[in-house]
Design a protein around this ligand. Structure first.
Ligand code: NAD
Ligand code: IPM
Ligand code: MN
Length: 350
């Protein structure tokens, strides 16, 4: 058997519930083919509230020694005065993405057969968002002055390096070249964010010269949200910055059947550190603990992980099982989280 050292970070809320199901399906799909040496890391709100620890350096280094990371979601109860916003998001999730150089945040969107889109006539929707994962307004490059006074000034300055933009743009072009439609859409706001916009536009133009078979298109982020709802079938590969990519992928999830289906990979294409796979959704405190969450996004994230690790056949088995489950769903009653996981695991096992 191939052996994979897997770090699992279930996190908080429904993160734990959906991760259990993803591991269940992963085991069923790889039985006899891949042996997982799984290490669980209890990071998240509970650990922080009990110990003040978010991601100790020693834990980060241990995680770095794995082949891949599967993450549920992090985030505590809204409004908890002991857990200010950003502590876990920045200190845990973003720190992992930055430290492990996850510069390609891969977020595929498809309307699978049988899945009901809120759009009346969406057409054939099958695109992937390549969201930059290590720069933009996410880097913590900002601050606040005269806090709490009428003269307060707060900044979050977007960082866009030629190095960082070029590598994600090149990755997006390479992905576009492998897809039947070979189309790349840059999404930005070059009419207002003129400095960052110029870097993105220039590098798309320059790198695009190496990919003459890929057609290139540009949309401002605001207009992109229009087309995402009126004509999502026009998209093939979207490349965009960290914040625009965050927003557009929740919209993409909504139009393709809901956030419970949206999977993602935080990929380090150079493989200098483990990549991390997680559903696009968060810890959903509003439904946590009720086994109501749809684990499909987490399960599909496990499929993306297998694909990344070179276990394409097992990855495909999971995707096929999810497709079959989705196609059978419309008729049935609402199922609890483990029932969905059991059903998909049973289909994977044949
Ligand atoms: P959210 O994605 O957690 O929830 C938004 C809505 O979608 C909620 O109504 C929720 O019930 C629903 N939902 C989400 N996942 C679902 C699923 N699998 N099945 C069914 N319904 C689902 O976003 P939010 O409410 O903005 O954030 C909650 C917390 O999660 C915050 O602390 C936020 O920072 C954090 N967060 C973490 C991640 C992550 O760890 N990757 C991602 C997004 C948000
Ligand atoms: C996501 C989340 C994160 C992001 C937050 C929780 C830091 O919304 O994975 O989409 O903005 O990237
Ligand atoms: Mn998001």
């Amino acid at each position: 058997d191939a052996s994979v050292r897997l770090a699992v970070i279930p996190g908080d809320g429904i993160g734990r519930e959906v991760t259990d199901e993803a591991l269940k399906v992963l085991a069923a799909a790889t039985d006899g083919e891949v042996k997982f040496e799984t290490e669980r890391y209890d990071l998240g709100a509970e650990r922080y509230l009990a110990t003040g620890e978010v991601l100790p350096d020693s834990v980060l280094e241990e995680i770095r020694g794995h082949d891949a990371i599967l993450l549920g979601a992090v985030g505590g109860k809204p409004g908890d005065p002991n857990l200010p916003p950003g502590i876990l998001e920045r200190g845990l999730l973003l720190r992992l993405r930055f430290e492990l150089d996850h510069y390609v945040n891969l977020r595929p969107s498809r309307i699978y057969p049988g899945v009901v889109s809120p759009l009346r006539d969406p057409g054939e929707v099958d695109f992937v968002v390549v969201r930059e994962g290590t720069e933009g307004p996410y880097t913590g490059n900002g601050g606040a002055l005269r806090v709490g006074t009428p003269a307060e000034v707060a900044t979050e300055v977007s960082v866009n390096t030629a190095f960082g933009v070029e590598r994600v743009v090149r990755d997006a072009f390479a992905r576009a070249l492998k897809r039947p439609r070979r189309k790349l859409t840059l999404v930005h706001k070059t009419n207002v964010l003129v400095n960052a916009g110029a870097v993105w536009s220039r590098l798309v133009r320059e790198v695009g010269e190496e990919f003459p078979d890929v057609s290139v298109d540009y949309l401002h982020i605001d207009a992109a949200t229009i087309f995402m709802t009126t004509d999502p079938a026009r998209f093939d590969v979207i490349v965009t910055d960290n914040l625009f990519g965050d927003i557009i992928t929740d919209l993409a999830a909504a139009i393709t059947g809901g956030i419970g289906l949206a999977a993602s990979g935080n990929v380090n294409p150079d493989r200098t550190a483990p990549s991390m796979f997680e559903p696009v959704h968060g810890s959903a405190p509003d439904i946590a603990g009720q086994q109501k969450a749809d684990p499909t996004a987490a399960i599909l994230s496990a499929s993306l992980m297998l694909d990344h690790l070179g276990h394409d056949a097992a990855a495909k088995r999971i995707e096929d099982a999810v497709l079959a489950d989705l196609a059978a769903r419309s008729s049935g009653a609402a199922r609890r989280t483990p029932e969905v996981g059991d059903a998909i695991a049973a289909r994977v096992a044949g």
